[in-house]
Design a protein around this ligand. Structure first.
Ligand SMILES: Nc1ncnc2c1ncn2[C@@H]1O[C@H](COP(=O)(O)OP(=O)(O)OP(=O)(O)O)[C@@H](O)[C@H]1O
Length: 973
């Protein structure tokens, strides 16, 4: 395994080694690593073509007969090797005249100890000669034109294991040995090596033929006589030999396949596959294998060619295994590296994308480019003063340090500045008919509101442009103020943006913070423009009546600057610090009461009040709008449900009596949710075990179910399995309260039946869906008793009826007084005082002998004591109540009144005529008394609101007195 890893490492460095000679690599060529050893063998110092196939040609192309010596066969080539070596070191050493040399003449040679590996014939090997004497002798022998030496592998030091690399100084030790001692440490069989070059202590050898030491000649340097060895004779056509050699070749190929290092060489080899000789093939195989030095020595010593081939094959097979492991290791490492590389690449891409998007905080150029690009489309329409600011800020951005806080401030500022829709307007649609259609589509009734919107559109059409206006929709909750705002935007094809200012007390919310603050933001209006991307949206400002008092500045004044058409053409947001033109924005405000809207604001608004809906209107809204939208939201089909008129009416009158329809919407949603559950349950129960009907009798379910199962299929045959029983079906429809299921055809197959479940909501089961009606104390008395009169009040929630009750506490001679309760406000308390005084005066006038008020202590109470009440409009009701008690006459049945009264008995106008009228209708009042000044308000009411009401308009209290008590001859006993 260690070998495989080392091999992988070296292979990856191969290209470096072959293109430029690396001194470190040179040093390590005698290492134990096989590839390096082989590398060493092909290395030719100072020769640019170090990977020349020359060596292989010599090796495999020889046509020499068995046992022939490649050097002897090719003396010319040997000369060339020598010449190349000489050329190489000609600069450093004296030129050597090449001569033809016969190795067989070489019988006495210097013995070179090889520490790491034997030298194979035909292979190069650089070695380092540390013994100066030996080196000098080698140089000398070259000069004597006998550049040969014997290369012998050093034997293992006794008691050591060559496989363990311990960093021992074996090399040093071997050069310390001399003569016989050294000879004993050398293997007998070695290689006749030609010295091709000597550079310093580096000697490059090329192996020629096998030799054996016969005698010691000289001790220092070690010189020996040698015998030239020849391979044993072999049969070149022997099948076994052939087969073995082919196996060596194919193994070699396999090994080389996995090793790119040797791929070129194997090509050279295969080109000459027919010309090899067996001994050389065996040597080649062993030489390139990763075998250790002793295994290699075994191959060197083997003179039987077949045995040598077998040995070589063994070593190659081992090498193949190592190659496979090497490949696996390489692959694993490659995968790891490629994974890391992938991550690196992705990171780089991410950086590039961030840069492109300008998200890279430190990339100023990208940021500037982003801002400029954003501005490009708006440049022509953008006001020059804004362009100038943007340019200045862009220049500033370039100068700032990316990590500084000011850089971030500038960047955010530019982000806002460039994101606003400078001069971009959506095309307005002034088509009145289309607008009318849209308004009608979305809302029932609200005729005056719609009319006003259409007027606005018409003016816009004639002028060609619509001036920014402030419309204020006021009315109780749930009357559709917000939703009509949305419809107006749709009708005008303007973008819609809504924000609520209820409870808003910080001016910065409207006008933005100064840029210098940390986390500074522009105001709501700038946020709106960025959001809608047009400069003429419809902005709905909700709950303007609930604008906060303000702890930092006055929000009302800020709103004024925002809304006032005179000022908002140059609205200045603190954050943006450049004037914005808001004159094209259409502002629609909503409020529950107009009284609390700051008067400068109110003054600039066009108030459109939505009073609330009467039962009839609610019926329409519920049927045509709320039911429809809720049904769709619940995924229920129209044919699956039926809510009867009576049920709807009951829902409106007994559950949702308030002015708006939000509660009605909630109740309808509640009903539909329950219906959805019933339908789903029923399907789940009906579907798998289908109720059987085999006997052909019509099944009548008259239990509590409200479900109507309608046959829509007339399949034939009988239902599978079992007989139908009416009570079984009843059980399956346990949620229902009445039902009728009629299976008309005999023998109906269950699979062919498609039943449509229909849930019926009527008066009988309404409580199952919405519970018991909420108790409403609106009509406490059927016939009002003496001292009790019904008044009409107006609240933010709409109009309502209220009773004024007066009772006698005690008779106290000359100590007539009035005590009031019912959480009355100051105005109402004063009203009661006025009423007491005036009632006394009227009684005195009508019945001078009656000292009732002078001698009686009275208590006046307004029920719903928990609800605070105020306002002057109950004045006339209070007088009537007091006079009723004083005269002991109940007022006329089904009468309600409202009106402020002065001390002289004059009746002053009141507000909320529509709301009060609607409330009176809800309270089943037949006769209403209003101040004369309110006649116009009443006349303007829709016919359906006024329908069936007897209304009297009065200027003076006497008129009320006559109306209230005229019909009642009957006095209380
Ligand atoms: N005339 C109408 N026709 C159809 N739907 C209506 C009508 N009036 C109100 N609605 C519906 O009643 C619901 C409540 O309306 P919306 O939220 O607009 O009330 P609001 O007046 O803005 O209430 P608040 O003052 O509480 O904000 C909406 O779903 C709206 O569509």
């Amino acid at each position: 395994m260690l070998k495989a890893v080392a091999s992988t490492c070296l292979q990856s460095r191969f290209h470096v080694a072959t293109t430029s000679f690396n001194p470190h690599l040179r040093r390590s060529t005698e290492s134990n690593s096989p590839l390096l050893r082989v590398l060493g063998s092909v290395y030719r110092p100072n020769c640019s073509n170090s990977r020349s196939p020359y060596f292989f040609r010599r090796f495999f192309c020889s046509d020499s007969s068995e046992g022939s010596d490649p050097v002897a066969e090719s003396g010319a080539e040997a000369k060339r090797i020598e010449r190349e070596g000489e050329d190489a070191d000609s600069k450093s050493s004296a030129a050597i005249v090449p001569t033809v040399f016969k190795p067989e003449d070489c019988l006495t040679v210097l013995a070179l100890p090889l520490l790491h590996r034997p030298l194979f014939p035909g292979f190069y090997m650089p070695i380092y000669v540390k013994d100066p004497k030996l080196l000098a002798a080698l140089v000398e022998s070259r000069k004597r034109q006998a550049p040969f030496a014997g290369a012998f592998l050093v034997k293992e030091e006794p008691g050591t294991d060559s496989r363990i690399v311990s960093g021992s100084d074996a090399e040093k030790n071997i050069y310390e040995l001399k003569g016989k001692e050294l000879l004993d440490r050398l293997h007998d069989v070695g290689t006749l090596a030609q010295i091709t070059s000597i550079q310093g202590d580096q000697v490059v050898l090329i192996g020629h033929r096998r030799i054996r030491i016969s005698e010691l000649v000289d001790e220092d340097p070690l010189t020996v006589t040698i015998d030239h060895l020849k391979e044993k004779p072999y049969d070149r056509d022997d099948d076994i030999m052939k087969a073995t050699s082919f196996e060596v070749i194919s193994t070699l190929k396999e090994v080389l396949k996995t090793s790119s290092l040797w791929r070129d060489h194997v090509q050279t080899y295969t080109q000459h596959i027919g010309d090899f000789n067996y001994p050389r093939l065996a040597d080649f195989g062993a030489a390139i294998s990763g075998a250790n030095k002793f295994q290699c020595q075994e191959v060197i010593e083997e003179l039987d060619v077949y045995k040598r081939l077998k040995l070589s094959l063994e070593l190659l097979k081992k090498e193949l295994e190592i190659s496979k492991i090497q490949e696996a290791i390489a692959k694993a490492i490659e995968e790891k590296i490629s994974g890391e590389q992938r991550r690196y690449l992705l990171n780089e891409q991410l950086k590039a994308i961030k840069k492109e998007l300008g998200l890279e905080t430190d990339d100023k150029t990208a940021l500037s480019a982003k801002f400029r690009e954003r501005l490009e489309s708006k440049k022509e329409k953008c006001p020059p003063h804004v362009l100038q600011v943007i340019e200045e800020e862009l220049t500033k951005l370039q100068l700032l340090e990316a990590s500084s806080s000011e850089f971030n401030v500038t960047r955010n500022y530019l982000d806002w500045l460039t994101a606003l829709p400078w001069g971009i307007y959506s095309d307005e649609n002034f088509d009145v008919l289309r607008a009318e259609k849209i308004l009608d589509e979305d809302h029932y009734g609200l005729t005056d509101v719609k009319e006003r919107i259409l007027e606005f559109i018409a003016v816009g059409k004639l002028r060609g442009t619509s001036q920014g206006k402030i419309i204020c929709l006021s009315g109780p909750p749930g009357v559709g103020k917000t939703s009509i705002g949305r419809s107006i935007a749709r009708a005008l094809s303007r973008k819609f943006y809504r924000f609520s200012v209820g409870g808003l007390s910080d001016v910065a919310e409207i006008k933005g913070h100064r840029r210098t603050y940390i986390g500074a933001m522009p105001g709501k209006m700038v946020q709106c423009l960025k959001n809608v991307e047009t400069a003429n949206p419809l902005v709905l400002i909700d709950e303007i009546d609930k604008l906060g008092r303000g702890h930092a500045g006055d929000p009302a004044s800020a709103m004024l600057e925002l809304l006032d058409p005179e000022q908002n053409a140059n609205f200045l947001d603190h954050y943006l610090d450049v004037p914005i033109d808001l004159s094209k924005v259409l502002f629609v405000c909503t409020a529950n009461v107009v009284d609390t809207i700051p008067s400068p604001l109110l003054d600039r608004m066009e108030i459109i009040s939505i009073a609330g809906y009467i039962t009839d209107e609610k019926m329409h809204i519920a049927r045509d709008y709320l039911e429809k939208s809720t049904r769709e939201a619940c995924g229920i089909k129209p044919e699956e449900v039926e809510v009867t008129d009576a049920a709807l009416l009951s829902l409106i009158e007994n559950y949702c009596r308030e002015a708006g329809v939000r509660n009605l919407q909630k109740q309808i949603e509640k009903i539909y949710r329950k219906i959805a559950l019933q339908l789903v349950r029923r399907r789940a129960q009906n579907n798998p075990p289908v109720t059987e009907a085999q006997n052909g009798e019509p099944i009548q379910l008259n239990a509590e179910s409200h479900c109507v199962l309608t046959e829509t299929s007339t399949g034939e045959g009988t239902r599978d399995g079992g007989e139908s029983k009416p009570d079984e079906i009843e059980n399956s429809l346990d949620q229902a309260t009445t039902s009728e299921v009629t299976l008309e055809s005999e023998n109906i197959k269950s699979n062919d039946i498609e039943t449509v479940d229909k849930v019926l909501v009527d008066m009988n089961n309404l409580t199952d869906f919405v519970g018991k009606p909420v108790f409403h104390a609106e009509r406490i008395y059927d016939q009002t008793p003496v001292g009790v009169v019904m008044g009409l009040a107006w609240t933010a929630m709409g109009g309502s009826t209220l009773y004024i009750e007066t009772t006698l506490v005690e008779q106290a001679e000359g100590k007539g007084a009035l005590h009031v309760t019912g959480q009355l406000g100051d105005v109402m308390k004063e009203s009661s005082q006025i009423a007491h005084t005036l009632a006394r005066a009227i009684l005195l006038e009508k019945d001078p002998a009656n000292p009732f008020f002078a001698n009686t202590r009275l208590h006046l109470h307004v029920p719903s004591g928990a609800t605070p009440k105020d306002g002057p409009s109950a004045g006339c009701t209070m007088i009537t109540s007091l006079l009723s008690l004083a005269t002991n006459k109940p007022v006329r049945k089904d009468l309600a009144m409202t009106g402020e009264v002065t001390l002289t008995g004059k009746i002053l106008p009141i507000g909320g005529v529509k709301e009060k009228t609607i409330a009176a209708r809800r309270g089943e009042v037949k006769t209403i008394i209003f101040p004369s000044a309110n006649r116009r308000d009443f006349d303007e009411l829709a016919a359906n609101v006024k329908e069936g009401l007897e209304v009297h308009f009065v200027d003076d209290y006497n008129q009320i007195y006559n109306l209230a008590f005229s019909d009642n001859e009957k006095t209380k006993e």
